[in-house]
Design a protein around this ligand. Structure first.
Ligand code: DGJ
Length: 744
């Protein structure tokens, strides 16, 4: 009998389970000995794909006991859907457990599957949600009853988004306790192809550079052990065919919806199969399960594109902006804000803030955000965290009064918080030293001279929430910037029994999610911006709560071009917090024109981070014009299809990107000159995504271009006026241009 329900098809005769999106297909096969095999992920395809399986008898690749004399059946050589340690598969496992008797390993086999309408949700964890979109859920049960473990593989299929999500729920169905040692969200095996791993690495103030490394016969391991997703590696990777470019070739993106430590292991096995396993970091993860208890992995979102990296990114952008982000700000233009951090640091008074706000309001800024330093004894970063009481002496008024004054200028008001942290020099710590993560008898590792509060404990989360919301209630904050400024160490919690210490980091992340959920529930209109020393916790998990995340503490326009370029592979522009700051830049000492800083900030949320009283009169005239430009192009900037026109990691001459209205009717080309040289060669920027055969008019110059020619030959680099002579010359280093093309 053939049970058929689109988009998930279980074919009982063939023993295949196939997931179809509009343009892609994914297939599993219930193989011999009930091993669950992975036969396909690629462009839309029909039929039983198990012709790709090779059952050759290979030396030193063991066989399931029940395979008897069929020595070609081996978990070590076949593509496995959820590989586990103990099954004879010696490649990187997705799952590993220790039994009560100390033995490691189990042997998961297929038990059953069920197809359900709609998209599954995960308790306390972020997910891609359907929101009226057609979606289906598949649940596949694997088990090793003798080992006392059952694994529910969860799949969400979004046909029109071309997205498939995966997660796993592990249940102790036995009589003794078990210890989870690895529980990845998903593993993907590709039986053919030469694949590269693209990963997004960096550092504080230098996040998400693009790395591209051939996956060969050794394990490539990237991830974070920092308790957060980290500045150093992003929980977003791409497997790209070696020949894949922006517009051509196959690639698969894996985006983990989790904001804690994670890992991705990619390797090519002895017979040419490429495997990528991704999920929660298994180091510091010994997760005990008593009989009847279960563990839920975070979700991983998968996108396949057969047409290059641009299409892959566009699919993720749509998924994140429409099916991960929530709340009323999801599709609303965000207010153009000014944040005082780079203008004042913590050295401000209420009067100085009002002075900054007044000029900002006059120039068209729509929201003032008061950053760090408004609470407790917080005048530098050595004290005060944990004491969420307003420093009225410093402000010269209450927070409610300050917010009212700012509102009377016609602006909204936002506030910075860092709820997960405590300074030893704080009343909170003096009262509850045990609330900080700390190993008894060991001096803790300090970071920014602060300690991490134990957010795995609900009472700690509740107490901080209670105090912070008193201030937010009082000032009726329209916006909150939620920061987190150190990596997590000294993971020990007095309340978890010894065996359970391995649960803390996971429960901590759940505590952070609960904190944000409570904030959104209490303030349904709140615009929440995530932050972790800039982009140290920039992941799709956070974006389920925050509509935007401060992309980097580095606001230098030229460095930001590279940081935002890398971020754009997995995240939409509208989620990248980006501001115009003062020059010379505090980080790089580089001077860039105000216009360039604005063009770069418009490839993000767009705002300001400087005292506008201190810029020249000439520059003051530019600010309202920039805000108008942002408002004019907002829809295109934040909703248009995004194309990276140059590879910023390789091309040091110019950076270019463009946004195209989904119907092709208009486009905005953005160019930043990275380098200039005397008597320079002619330069062109090849456009992408325009309507083939159509003509486009440059709105400003009136010039008409053929779309095919713009995409093949390229748009000539604009020329600029010579400062003294009546001639046009090539632009200077750091000049920037926006060219608005309208289809005619
Ligand atoms: C780090 C953030 O990234 C900055 O923008 C600022 O909010 C500081 N923390 C404040 O301490």
């Amino acid at each position: 009998m053939r049970v058929r329900r689109m988009p998930i098809i279980y074919n009982e005769q063939e023993k295949t389970i196939t997931l179809h999106t509009r343009n892609t297909s994914y297939q599993m096969k219930i193989g011999p000995c009930d091993l669950l095999l992975h036969t396909y992920y690629g462009p839309k395809a029909q039929g039983d794909m198990s012709w790709c399986l090779s059952f050759r008898d290979r030396g030193f690749s063991g066989n399931p006991y029940d395979a008897k004399l069929l020595r070609g059946i081996s978990a070590d050589t076949l593509p496995m859907e959820y590989p586990c340690e103990g099954s004879g598969d010696f490649r990187a496992p997705a799952f590993s457990m220790r039994r009560a008797n100390g033995a490691v390993g189990c042997d998961l086999r297929y038990v059953s599957c069920e197809i359900k309408p709609g998209k599954y949700a995960l308790d306390g964890l972020p997910t891609v949600y359907a929101d009226g979109e057609e979606a289906e859920t598949l649940e596949v049960t694997l088990a090793d009853e003798a080992a006392g473990v059952r694994v529910l593989l969860q799949y969400g299929v979004f046909p029109s988004l071309d997205v498939i999500t995966r997660a796993a729920r592990i249940e102790n169905c036995g009589e003794g306790s078990i210890l989870l040692q690895a529980a990845a969200s998903a593993s993907l095996d590709f039986v053919s192809g030469d694949w590269d791993l693209m990963h997004f690495y960096g550092r504080h103030a230098g996040e998400r550079a693009v790395g591209r490394t051939a996956i060969e016969q050794r394990e490539l391991l990237i991830g974070s052990r920092r308790g957060t997703s980290s500045h150093q590696q992003s929980p977003f990777v791409i497997l790209a065919d070696r020949e894949t470019t922006e517009l051509h070739g196959p690639c698969v993106g894996m985006s983990l919806l989790y904001s804690g430590s994670f890992s991705c292991n990619a390797s090519r096995d002895q017979f040419g199969t490429t495997r990528a396993v991704m999920g929660i970091q298994s180091e510091h993860f010994d997760y005990p399960l008593e009989p009847g208890e279960a563990f839920q992995t975070p979700e991983l979102a998968l996108v396949y594109s057969g047409e290059g990296l641009a299409r892959l990114s566009q699919r993720f952008h749509r998924m994140v902006s429409q099916h991960v982000c929530r709340g009323p700000w999801k599709n609303r233009r965000r207010p153009v804000l000014l944040n005082n951090w780079e203008a004042t640091d913590m050295d401000f008074t209420g009067e100085r803030i009002l002075n900054i706000a007044k000029t900002a309001a006059e120039l068209g800024v729509e929201m003032l955000v008061l950053d760090d330093g408004w609470f407790g004894a917080r005048n530098d970063d050595n004290a005060g965290l944990g004491d969420w009481t307003v420093n009225t002496e410093k402000l010269g008024c209450t927070m409610g009064e300050l917010a009212d004054k700012i509102r009377s200028m016609g602006m909204k008001f936002g506030l910075w918080i860092e709820p997960e942290m405590v300074n030893e020099d704080s009343d909170r710590y003096r009262e509850h030293p045990d609330w900080a993560l700390c190993i008894p008898g060991k001096a803790p590792v300090m970071g920014r001279n602060q300690l991490v509060l134990d957010f795995s404990r609900p009472e700690v989360v509740d107490a901080i929430f209670e105090q912070i919301t008193q201030v937010l209630d009082e000032c009726r904050a329209d916006y909150v910037k939620m920061d987190m400024n150190r990596s997590i160490t000294d993971v020990y919690s007095a309340v978890w029994p010894g065996q359970s210490q391995g649960k803390i980091l996971y429960q901590y992340v759940l505590g952070v999610y609960r904190f944000m959920d409570m904030l959104l529930e209490r303030y349904p209109d709140l615009l929440l911006e995530g932050c972790s020393g800039g982009g140290g916790r920039f992941d799709v998990g956070m974006l389920h709560y925050c509509q935007q995340i401060w992309c980097s503490d580095n606001t230098d326009a030229i460095d930001r071009v590279r940081i935002q370029y890398g971020t754009s592979f997995g995240f939409p522009l509208r989620t990248m917090g980006a501001h115009v700051s003062a020059v010379p830049n505090g980080d790089t000492r580089r001077k860039t024109p105000l216009h360039t800083r604005a063009v770069v900030a418009m490839a993000g949320t767009f705002g300001y981070e400087l005292d506008l009283n201190l810029i020249s009169d000439e520059e003051k005239k530019q600010v309202p014009a920039q805000i108008e430009t942002f408002k004019k192009y907002w829809n295109l900037l934040h909703n248009g299809l995004f194309y990276r026109l140059t590879d910023v990691m390789q091309n040091r001459q110019e950076a270019a990107w463009m946004m195209v209205e989904e119907d092709g009717s208009e486009a905005l080309v953005n160019i930043v000159v990275l380098d200039s040289t005397g008597n320079s060669p002619n330069r062109f920027v090849r456009c992408m995504g325009l309507t083939p055969g159509a003509s486009y008019k440059d709105e400003e110059s009136g010039m008409v271009y053929d779309a095919n020619a713009l995409m093949a030959q390229g748009l000539p680099m604009p020329m600029v006026q010579h400062p003294r002579r009546p001639v046009k010359v090539t632009p200077n280093e750091y000049d920037a241009f926006q060219i608005h093309l309208v289809r005619i």
